[in-house]
Write a protein that binds this ligand. Sequence first.
Ligand SMILES: O=P(O)(O)OC[C@H]1O[C@H](O)[C@H](O)[C@@H](O)[C@@H]1O
Length: 545
Amino acid sequence: MALPLMDTLMARRAEKALRDDAYRSGRVHIADLFAQDARRFERLSLSACGLLADFSKQRIAAGTLEKLRTLAEARGLDDWIRCLFDGGEVNWTESRPAMHWRLRECKKNAPEVHEQLTLMEHIVNRVHSGQWRGCQGDAITDVVNIGVGGSDLGPLMASVALHEHHPETGGRPRLHFVSSMDGSQIAPLLDELNPGTTLVVISSKSFTTMDTLSNAATTRAWLERAFPEVNGALLRCHFIGVSACSERMTEWGIHQENQLRLWDWVGGRYSLWSCIGLPIALAIGMDQFREFLAGAHDMDQHFRSAPWDENVPVSLGLVDIWNLNFLNITARAVLPYDGRLKHLPAYVEQLEMESNGKSVTRSGEAVKHHTCPVIWGEVGPNAQHAFYQLLHQGTQPVACEFLVAARHGRRNGNSAALEPLEDQHGLTVANCLAQSRLLAFGEAALTPDQSLPPFMHYRGNQPSTTLMMDELSPRQLGALLALYEHKVFVQAVMWGINPFDQWGVEMGKRIAMEMIDVLNTGGGINELDGSSRALARYVRERQQN
Ligand SMILES: O=P(O)(O)OC[C@H]1O[C@H](O)[C@H](O)[C@@H](O)[C@@H]1O
């Protein structure tokens, strides 16, 4: 496939114009940018798919965004977007397309996807209606999802975020997530759970990941110990597998009818839309899961068709490029003002840093600029009492990303009718808006007090974007996550890197295998570097005593 070309001369000119802008307006205080333009918010905010994106508290002028779009044009972004949605080989180091968007297509366009969704629906309905039985004939009360990385973070994040959206009918099981390879999550869970009413989902695109397979083996041993007399029915009644490799699932013992499939063309960190999302569907039911897919599809359509000056993923990507490559702001904080989104920072960390933490371009050369910033985050109101001090008065610029829902939306349970709960949502939104204001304007946001001692001085000028949902519904969460996926792609195109591989992680897996052998047998210990040799000896001595 011929890769889209980029216009180098045009790119060089745009970069030069942007560097000039960075020198001039990029260093101007955000307060001055607002003072110069009464319509700044209108010029620098966009909405699509129920989301409002406010870029006006960034250190950017509307004219600079225009230049960034010229740079995107020079980088061939249009062709790359077409290539992504045509199923072109955008993942060139692994010679395959990246078609996560296909997982939210209609049945006519993606029949194989819907075939798997129907199988998943069947499982979800059987669990919800109490028809899925454990090997002793009891209905399922608990589901344990065993997975790591993309097979854990997305399902965990979305099922917690949407927990208040109950399935239409039937009861849902309690959901548990196990990822860490050391057994520290699975052990206390197994102490608590009833093996007869527990269903285990082994979620692994490759079905080779040692973290997941070790937790799965422990869980299998637990069930075998509980029901030594049961043979085939144990695996059939208690294990479901989700993977791109049917043979490995079968080899492990997953029954054919308990296997759900995904495809090589879905990256792990983009896979929550596939049957890897089974825990999400168990949490909210299939109708709501389809709404979640529909929200993502809305964003796909917007990304493909909206002109760039109205395009939210393109703008979000370009603003981040501005911060990193032109203003040299190398850190970004993801700050949801909603406890339901408590796992979103970890999800975004994987999506962005695993995708764009790269330093070699398509032509095999070292990149000449920074790629992905360092990203971290936490639930905003909690972080206000923890690391915000650095955002407020530290020495480093940090680009902040606030996420908030204007309305709380649906509540469930006995507490739902408590009036103070609505006030609590109001408090949270007020804090979100207050913090972005204070970060941008500094002490001038309040009545300036000239007599402040230096240690109380607060200069502001910390840039932020606010992403506001109407409410945290399955459809809006779907749109929000697809927005992140597409902005990652926009940035990868701008940097000329492949966002769909993770060779660094693969090398980490290889070296771990080697070290397991060293620690178990002592073989090869002398070939290690001085530090690793001493550490390995230290461990072996203590394990042998
Ligand atoms: O789903 P699996 O094949 O078990 O992979 C789980 C995770 O492992 C790897 O280390 C990758 O870096 C992740 O992108 C992936 O999501």
